[in-house]
Design a protein around this ligand. Structure first.
Ligand code: FAD
Length: 507
């Protein structure tokens, strides 16, 4: 959706189709009457929204959820459902892994990127065991089993996996490695199961869910406090009063090409947008309209899922100079981020007969030859570059070492069995899924803050609408998105419900 600029003289902003603009909140005085009311109004019934609804209802608030789809679930329902927990969960312990809050904190902080929110990371790690127990209370089960293969998502009903860079260089120097990806007990993707449980619990606790209700802009009082939401419900405008607060949990902006180009142009390289049509940035724009600040809007996840099969990790990834630039056992989001930074976005996975396997993601074979020198020629790499790289790699791999990038011994074997092949991981040729990571700036409570750092009264946000904990593709781990969306969604629900109810001026 494209949002044209609004002339500053307009009092009632509309776009060409008569819709309200998210960046221009309505004043309460402009509203003849509210069509509905609740204590807490939540925009979006995905992972963050459902978690907020459960906690707000649990705290005794009357909750109304506006969901633009004909049913809730959002990207969370489409997802693999991997959740990031640590600090010694019952599953980690049952599988024989030693973890602590402090080790988890060190890793998540390092993985958060150059601008980490230490308070949020601390809260997330210290609250992880409680959050795991909360999922059990919602009826989500986890099998006490470890999935050891390198994968993007276990196809089985196994639970625990290394879902990021925990055991990879350089993160294994920062914190003691432990697997923290937890997939609920179901074969294949688990996002649908998670949302089934969370949505059922929210409605059982009394949350009212209005579907086909697309929030358009916020309503503010004379003090700038957020007191409601205007929405399109099956073609009709409805304005809802929120006595305690509004929580924006409407996803990110990967589906809005204009916003991607404006704020995160590196994500224009993405050819599979990870998200749902609601990821059009409306939640972020509504928050900005009411005075919220944004941060890390240029950050995004850029994946290069060249594995499974995991034996492909035995190959080496080279750029158009024929040189390695990343440890191939790194998480696929880190690999994607590094490839994006190579000249021309060019990269090839070089394998021999022993390490070749057809990538399940559909990456294409670029060339296959009997010798490394012939492959170098077929790829148009500088003469001697790839042969030098492979010679150096093989010499050390034979001794179980990778002095340049410290790939784990499990994936170190000389590339010596012909034929040799190159799988094209170039950005314009490969499968490149991605999503946005920036969004509204929030406190660990879920309160939205302005660019100046002041709280926007009555406004809360969580999930992809916010810049949560993972703010760097280079450090992202699977499970941090839903882990943080649900964790901070819960906090926003509790904080909004705890707001003292007063009659605020509506002038
Ligand atoms: C295929 C896939 C696999 C993934 N795998 C994983 C994984 O295994 N682990 C992980 O952590 N992350 C994963 N992710 C990412 C993760 O799912 C999302 O980042 C996360 O679920 C976002 O949660 P959310 O609550 O912010 O948004 P969502 O769950 O998308 O919920 C947002 C809701 O808001 C609604 N909405 C939007 N605009 C409006 C509006 N104007 N008015 C009313 N409603 C609105 C949407 O319809 C939607 O229902 C995956 C994503 C995909 C698509």
């Amino acid at each position: 959706m494209v949002h044209p600029r609004v002339a500053s003289t307009e009092t009632q902003p509309h776009d060409g189709e008569g819709e309200l603009l998210p960046t221009r909140p309505l004043r309460a005085t402009e509203i003849e009457r509210f069509d509905d009311e609740a204590d807490v109004v939540i925009v979006g019934f995905g992972g963050a929204g459902a978690s907020a609804a459960i906690e707000a209802c649990g705290a005794g608030a009357r909750v109304l959820v506006l969901e633009r789809g004909s049913e809730g679930g959002g990207s969370t329902a489409q997802s693999g459902g991997i959740l990031y927990f640590g600090g010694g969960t019952p599953i980690q312990r049952a599988c024989g892994f030693d973890d602590s809050v402090e080790e988890m904190f060190k890793y998540v902080l390092a993985a958060s990127g150059p601008n980490p929110d230490e308070a949020k990371v601390r809260a997330f790690c210290e609250g992880s065991l409680e959050h795991f127990a909360w999922f059990l209370e919602q009826g989500v089960e986890f099998k006490p089993s470890f999935y050891a293969k390198k994968t993007t998502e276990p196809p089985t009903d196994d639970c625990l996996l290394y879902s990021g860079n925990e055991d990879c260089w350089p993160f294994n120097l920062v914190a003691r490695p432990a697997p923290r990806g937890h997939k609920p007990k179901t074969t294949g993707s688990a996002g649908g199961l998670i949302m089934k449980r969370l949505m059922a619990r929210a409605t059982a606790l009394g949350a009212r869910v209005m579907e086909n209700a697309r929030a358009q802009t916020l309503v503010v009082d004379a003090d700038g406090r957020v007191v409601g939401v205007a929405a399109r419900v099956l073609g009709e405008r409805r304005v809802v009063r929120a006595h305690k607060g509004v929580i924006l949990t409407a996803g990110g902006f990967i589906m809005n090409p204009r916003m991607v180009a404006q704020h995160a142009p590196k994500l224009l390289a993405v050819n599979i947008q990870i998200g749902n049509p609601g990821d059009d940035g409306a939640g972020i724009l509504m928050g900005v309209g009411a005075g919220g600040g944004t941060i890390c809007m240029g950050e995004g996840f850029v994946s290069m899922p060249f594995y499974p099969p995991s034996k492909l990790v035995n190959g080496i990834i080279v750029n158009e100079q024929g040189q390695r630039f990343v440890n191939e056992d790194a998480y696929h989001g880190r690999t994607g981020d590094f490839i994006l930074r190579q000249s021309g976005g060019r990269a090839y996975l070089i394998v021999d007969n022993n390490s070749y396997g057809r990538p399940i993601s559909g990456m294409q074979l670029k060339a296959a030859e009997e010798t490394v020198a012939e492959l170098e020629g077929a790829l148009g790499l500088p003469a001697g570059s790839l042969t030098h790289t492979v010679d150096f790699y093989n010499r050390h791999a034979a001794a179980g070492a990778d002095p340049l990038f410290h790939k784990k011994r499990d994936y170190l074997a000389p590339l010596s069995e012909p034929p040799f092949a190159a799988i094209d991981l170039s950005i314009d040729k490969a499968v490149v899924p991605g999503f946005t990571m920036g969004g509204l700036d929030t406190l660990p409570t879920g309160e939205v803050v302005s660019a100046a750092g002041t709280v926007v009264k009555g406004l809360y946000a969580a999930g992809r609408t916010t810049a949560g904990i993972p703010r760097s593709a280079g450090g992202y781990s699977s499970g941090l998105s839903i882990g943080c969306a649900t964790f901070f969604g819960r906090r926003a629900g509790r904080a909004a419900a705890a707001t003292t109810t007063e009659r605020h001026g509506e002038g």
